[in-house]
Design a protein around this ligand. Structure first.
Ligand SMILES: [Zn+2]
Length: 241
């Protein structure tokens, strides 16, 4: 679009009149935007206006041309655009317009990094960080596809704020934090390595013990079927749900 605007501006400043002029562009969306009467783009509106001015005293057309097909002018424009991208420029104005999608992707990337650093550096949510080590902006969590009851069970498991002895002891409901096996009964213990649930773990996850590093990769659907199958674990987690 900027190229068409500059070509038309140049013709206007040279006071070209009574000529047959064709401006070729390989950008079809630009040509479509120029054909539209109403546009939200200031650049498109400016380009449209200057084309009208030049067209009022010349026979002016804007035509689409396929890119990268060896057309003389198009090849020169591509080469100059490439050279322009590689140049360093210190001006406040960019030499070439930057696509909005590129700017948005950069902003998203920057925000995600900021969020990730904050998540990593915070001292709270230690259990949740084991299940969710990386934040995500764009991809929606698979937890959002779960029904209300299943979601509450998964959130309770991930945060550790559920009817397990460790949490119940912390809030003063249970006199001790211990599992029947003798270990501290956290949600992670019940899912990952409580010996009482080895058979169910083999059945649902195909392994007897799950390491802490593997927890984040477990699918929520499998976790739910395991929780339901483990009797006392399911009972405890469902009570809190
Ligand atoms: Zn146990």
């Amino acid at each position: 679009m900027e190229g068409i605007r500059r070509a038309a501006s140049k013709l206007h400043s040279l006071r070209v009149q009574n000529q047959e002029i064709t401006i070729y562009s390989d950008n079809l969306s630009c040509i479509h935007a120029l054909r539209g009467i109403h546009t939200n783009s200031r650049l498109a509106a400016e380009t449209h206006s200057i084309l009208q001015t030049v067209g009022s005293t010349n026979r002016l057309t804007v035509e689409w041309i396929p890119g990268h097909r060896g057309h003389y002018g198009n090849e020169i424009a591509d080469r100059l655009a490439k050279e322009g991208c590689q140049r360093f420029f210190a001006s406040a104005e960019p030499l070439l317009p930057i696509r909005e999608s590129v700017v948005n992707a950069e902003i998203l990337h920057w925000v995600e990094d900021l969020w990730q650093n904050r998540w990593h550096a915070s001292h709270s949510c230690r259990q949740t960080k084991i299940w969710i080590p990386r934040v995500r902006i764009k991809s929606r969590s698979p937890a959002l596809h779960l029904g209300r009851r299943d979601l509450r069970i998964i959130v309770g498991t991930i945060t550790g704020h559920t009817a397990v002895k460790k949490y119940l002891h912390t809030v003063g409901i249970s006199p001790d934090p211990f599992c029947v096996c003798g270990e501290v009964e956290s949600a992670i213990h019940l899912i990952a390595d409580c010996p009482i649930h080895v058979m169910n773990r083999l059945l649902h996850f195909q392994r007897a013990i799950i390491s802490v590093e593997e927890l984040f990769s477990l699918s929520y659907k499998r976790m739910l079927s395991y929780i339901m199958a483990t009797g006392s674990l399911a009972e405890g987690l469902q009570q809190s749900a």
